[in-house]
Write a protein that binds this ligand. Structure first.
Ligand code: HEM
Length: 257
């Protein structure tokens, strides 16, 4: 969907997921040198690809977001530099592949393991179910922050330039915040999770992500209500970006819906 929005031609879309999967490994700790090099290579190729796409849209604008952003870059007092345009496109493409996809994968896996919650799904319960899946098995486990000034957090002094890791996944199971935090409850009402971050960097794509997760979940539930795990899924090895390689399901009947 995001490739469509940005106007990445259909024949090139197969390139995006491998690039995205390789690049996000940069966020991980203790990355082996070959994966680090692969991540850097993927980032270089991805950026070169986007610069070509930008040049193409500059010559032949379409009705896509890259064309609109090129217009803002070239006119309107150059409010956006070309590097910012490339960074925005990279971020948008990766957000879909690394966050939304993993909410859907982790979420369906959780629902398969908690059958009663899968059976509770209905259009009415979808909004709370989407929030609960983001909370229960968060696709983004950790974000870093670098102190710009001396700050004290829970008795720990952080000096300027030092980093902290905010463990969003752990916060999502905080018993001081959530009632029965380890229980998957698709109807959970009070659900102040930090899955989309908070403050000025609160996820810009949250409204789109919610629509995407709800659409994917509703469609699967409608078409394959009897879906069950065919085998245990293969989890991706990374910690910061938490997700599955694949989620094999089997179903007796497929409705025509
Ligand atoms: C369920 C899926 C998603 C989750 C869980 C998620 C989560 C997050 C989190 C935790 C942050 C804050 C990062 C930080 O504080 O450093 C963030 C930022 C951001 N997200 Fe998402 N995201 C999702 C989907 C998306 C999508 C689909 C888009 C774009 C279409 C998107 C665009 C962004 C952008 C642009 C920011 C940066 C905002 C800023 O720094 O001002 N996200 N997201």
């Amino acid at each position: 969907m995001i490739a469509e929005l940005l106007g990445v031609p259909g024949q090139d879309r197969y390139l995006l997921q491998p690039w995205s999967n390789a690049i996000v490994k940069m966020y991980e700790y203790g990355l082996p040198p070959e994966q680090q090099q692969a991540a850097e290579r993927a980032a270089t190729e991805f950026v070169a690809y986007l610069r070509e796409l930008i040049a193409l849209r500059r010559k032949n604008p379409g009705s896509d977001l890259v064309s609109d952003l090129v217009a803002v870059t070239d006119t309107d007092g150059a409010r956006l530099t070309e590097d910012e345009l490339v960074a925005t496109a990279v971020l948008l493409l990766m957000a879909g592949h690394e966050a939304t996809v993993n909410v859907i994968g982790n979420g369906v896996y959780a629902l398969m393991r908690h059958r009663s919650q899968w059976e509770r799904l209905s259009p009415e319960v979808m909004p709370t179910a989407v929030e609960e899946l983001i909370r229960y098995d968060s696709p983004l486990q950790l974000f870093e922050r670098t102190a710009t000034e001396r700050v004290e957090i829970a008795g720990h002094v952080i000096e300027p330039g030092e980093k902290i890791a905010a463990l969003l996944g752990a916060a999502a199971r905080d018993p001081l915040v959530f009632e029965n935090p380890d229980t998957l409850d698709v109807g959970r009402e009070k659900n102040q999770h930090l899955g989309f971050g908070m403050g000025i960097h609160y996820c810009l794509g949250a409204p789109l992500a919610r629509i995407e997760v709800e659409a994917a979940l509703s469609s699967l539930h409608r078409k394959l209500p009897g879906a069950v795990l065919a085998e245990e899924p293969n989890r991706r090895a990374e910690f910061v970006i938490r997700g599955l390689h694949s989620l094999p399901l089997s179903a007796d009947s497929v409705s025509g819906a």
